[in-house]
Design a protein around this ligand. Structure first.
Ligand code: PDD
Length: 280
């Protein structure tokens, strides 16, 4: 996986020179995406590229390539690395300028980088489920922007890791938002609940695919927030993201969900999701 994207060129890792004054490096001023690759094929690449441009738009960052050009560059990068199953990470920063909170002139070009990682699907997690903790959502109020400034998220994920858990379910004043690097969905009495796509969550592409899967399998969806105290009453809980796909939660803060086993709706959602992957 030695080939990386550096602006519009595919080069080897040692050919990349990131400036000390890159605004991504100094200010976390940039946006990113992660796209899953199954057996060399992209999953929902268009949706991720659209979201990258939407995130960039929200911070007035101009990406100096068309969406089609970026798509082709990422495709070529995956091919050049002969990636089978894994993911491609790509980010755009506001470019290189003397450190100043104020944005530089538009003549300063954004810096694009991308790299690929080979990693198998976490089948054991899909099968057995994962454990999570609950934490206060300490992040900023524009979680709809997929910003590279991830310190809050990293602090929360580290807490989960130290507790021997996979993720942290986050809440603001008791209202469950999402997880540190994924969305959270809950099923109760045959209805799927998840926080609406507001500024308080990232509207996950996987979340959107799961909502489509729910429709297909006849599981009604309510994009309504639930509260921390509701968690214990939920029949099934799911963590979703590009790399986590449909991961069942079997324990929250040491308390079993659904008796510690994966529930039937989650299994059906996994099957519907798998069908989309197999159709690639
Ligand atoms: N994380 N919410 C947050 C805060 C995220 O960071 C992510 C993705 C998601 C799920 O989005 P999607 O389904 O589009 O991957 C929700 C990526 C995978 C990451 O940072 O590695």
């Amino acid at each position: 996986m030695n080939y990386v994207l550096y602006n519009d060129q595919i080069v080897t890792r040692d050919e990349v020179v990131i400036s000390q004054e890159d605004r991504g490096y100094q200010l976390g001023d940039g946006v990113y995406e992660v796209v899953k690759v199954y057996d060399g094929k992209f999953f929902t690449a268009k949706e991720h590229i659209d979201r990258l441009y939407a995130s960039a738009d929200k911070i007035d960052l101009v990406i100096p390539y068309t969406k089609d050009v970026l798509h082709k560059l990422l495709h070529d990068l995956v091919e050049k690395n002969e990636l089978g199953t894994g993911h491609v990470y790509f980010q755009v920063t506001r470019g290189v300028a003397p450190r100043n909170h104020i944005y530089p002139e538009p003549s300063v070009e954004a810096v694009l980088t991308a790299n690929v990682t080979e990693n198998p699907r976490p089948m054991a997690n899909f099968e057995n489920g994962v454990r999570v903790i609950v934490q206060e959502d300490i992040r900023w109020l524009r979680c709809d922007i997929k910003s590279i400034s991830l310190l809050g998220a990293a602090m929360l994920k580290q807490k989960a890791h130290q507790a021997g858990c996979y993720e942290a379910i986050l809440h603001r004043d008791g209202v469950v938002t999402e997880c540190s690097s994924s969305n959270v969905l809950a099923i109760k009495d045959g209805v799927l609940y998840t926080h609406p796509a507001t500024n308080l969550i990232l509207n996950g592409i996987t979340r959107q695919v799961i909502l489509a899967c729910a429709d297909e399998i006849g599981l009604p969806v309510k994009e309504e927030a639930f509260r921390v105290e509701d968690i214990a009453t939920m029949d099934e809980l799911i963590v979703s993201s590009t790399t986590s796909e449909v991961t069942p939660i079997v324990e929250v803060d040491g308390v079993a969900v659904n008796g510690g086993t994966v529930g039937p709706w989650t299994r059906k959602l996994q099957q519907a999701f798998n069908a989309k992957v197999e159709a690639l």
